[in-house]
Design a protein around this ligand. Structure first.
Ligand code: 5GP
Length: 178
């Protein structure tokens, strides 16, 4: 796998430090509140696992699976919920956990879908953010790193379902996907 990586952007050690900082901020902001942390599958599963262990207040967790892309690698704006939450979120504080915000289309859809269920609040924690690529106006309240417009893999992010298990975030060599 290593041979397919152009550059390592964030090492396993750097990621740990940043995830702990995010966990501290979230713990501080939600102390005394009823918080449901919602991981978006599949990309966020590793970040979600690390983040919830860095949150030091009582929380509940759930997952949603969405598909934002059709066959192409460009966002179509069409988002489908493949797996929904188990319980009602009415009156609860919800924190969406995403791997990466690119065009923002997936996130915009998710925020609107969850807001229509009358929660106390909906906020977003994304590990990575590609602000250059944004097509709609959405912002994550918690953001691990801003990244350049490159195709990234590792730490949950895939190409054709591979590379998710890399412990770092790397830029995939163009020759692998073009
Ligand atoms: P958006 O709707 O913001 O365009 O799409 C977000 C989704 O696109 C992410 O959850 C992720 O699945 C995918 N994505 C965007 N950029 C990258 C990238 O650099 N690498 C990988 N592996 N997936 C990406």
């Amino acid at each position: 796998m290593q041979k397919d990586i152009e550059t390592v952007l964030f090492s396993h050690e750097q990621i740990k430090v940043r995830v702990d900082e995010l966990g501290d901020s979230i713990s501080r902001d939600y102390r005394g509140k009823d918080l449901l942390v919602v991981g978006i599958l599949k990309g966020a599963f590793i970040f979600m696992g690390d983040l919830v262990r860095a949150i030091k207040i009582p929380i509940e967790t759930d997952f949603m699976a969405v598909s934002s892309y059709g066959a192409s690698s460009e966002s179509s704006g069409v988002v489908r919920i493949l797996m929904d939450l188990e319980k009602s979120i009415e009156g609860r504080h919800v924190l969406i956990v995403e791997d990466i915000v690119d065009t923002g289309l997936t996130l915009k859809y998710l925020i609107e879908a969850l807001n229509s269920r009358k929660p106390a609040s909906v906020k977003v924690c994304t590990f990575l953010d590609k602000p250059e690529r944004r097509r709609v106006d959405v912002k994550a309240e918690y953001n691990g790193y801003e990244v350049p417009d490159e195709f990234l893999v590792g730490y949950g992010l895939d190409y054709n379902e591979k590379y998710r298990n890399l412990p770092y975030i790397g830029i995939l060599k163009r020759e692998v996907y073009s």
